[in-house]
Design a protein around this ligand. Structure first.
Ligand code: UP5
Ligand code: MG
Length: 197
């Protein structure tokens, strides 16, 4: 596909900030296709015959970042499949890029992001949400030890990506501490200002 006719928004934020929750709402109102890098990695991990299964499982449990080649390829394939199947070329890329090398690679080989939606939430609130979800989610990383590692990776490796885009004035920052409804209302208002619709 040609980068020129694709629209990409990166959706970033710490573990449990509410990226997936807000993306689900945005999909309904803005005709985006939602691609969660974490969901794509979990699907690849479980795909019989995948050569990356063990690597992905190990990274996710330890809150470490899977080598970018794997994630960029999964995202690119998912975008191509979506365009082929539905013609939709507007994407919310959720939970990616979370390391500078991924950001550069994606924008070089796929396309530049139109903007970055950043959900900002205090660690204590995110931890509470993830521990609560961990009671039923079955996610291998929704436990106290993995959560601690995810937070550290976020601060050390992923926040610099947000700061990089911030310095380029490409970030729309939303406080995701309030209720999902309030966060979504704030998201819509800020997007309206930036996108003009
Ligand atoms: N909830 C949501 N919003 C709420 C609100 N406003 N008030 C109260 N509760 C709220 O929400 C999390 C929980 O909080 C849910 O129970 C929800 O109901 C509640 P969710 O919307 O799922 O938050 P999200 O930010 O999507 O949290 P998630 O756990 O998915 O974030 P992570 O970024 O940690 O997970 P992800 O799946 O993106 O990545 C997992 C791992 O994959 C990474 O740690 C890494 O190992 C690997 N990965 C890579 O290596 N490379 C990548 O590019 C991407 C991932
Ligand atoms: Mg998520």
């Amino acid at each position: 596909f040609s980068p020129a006719d694709v629209t990409v928004l990166f959706v970033l934020g710490g573990p449990g900030a509410g990226k997936g929750t807000q993306c689900a709402r945005l999909v309904k109102d803005y005709h985006f296709t939602h691609l969660s890098a974490g969901d794509l990695l979990r699907a690849e991990q479980d795909r019989p015959g995948s050569q990356y299964g063990a690597l992905i499982r190990d990274c996710i449990k330890n809150g470490a970042i899977v080598p970018m080649e794997v994630t960029v390829a999964l995202l690119e394939n998912a975008m191509r499949d979506t365009i082929r199947a539905s013609g939709n070329k507007k994407f919310l890329i959720d939970g990616f890029p979370r390391k500078m090398d991924q950001a550069f690679k994606f924008e070089e080989v796929v396309c530049p992001a139109k903007l970055v939606l950043f959900y900002d939430c205090p660690e204590a609130e995110m931890e509470k949400r993830l521990l609560e979800r961990g009671k039923t989610s079955g996610r291998a990383d929704d436990n106290a030890e993995s959560i601690r590692k995810r937070f550290r990776t976020f601060v050390e490796t992923s926040m610099p990506v947000v700061d990089h885009y911030e310095a380029e004035n490409r970030v729309v920052k939303v406080d995701s501490t309030p209720t999902p409804d309030q966060v979504y209302a704030d998201t819509q208002e800020k997007l309206r200002k930036v996108l003009g619709d």
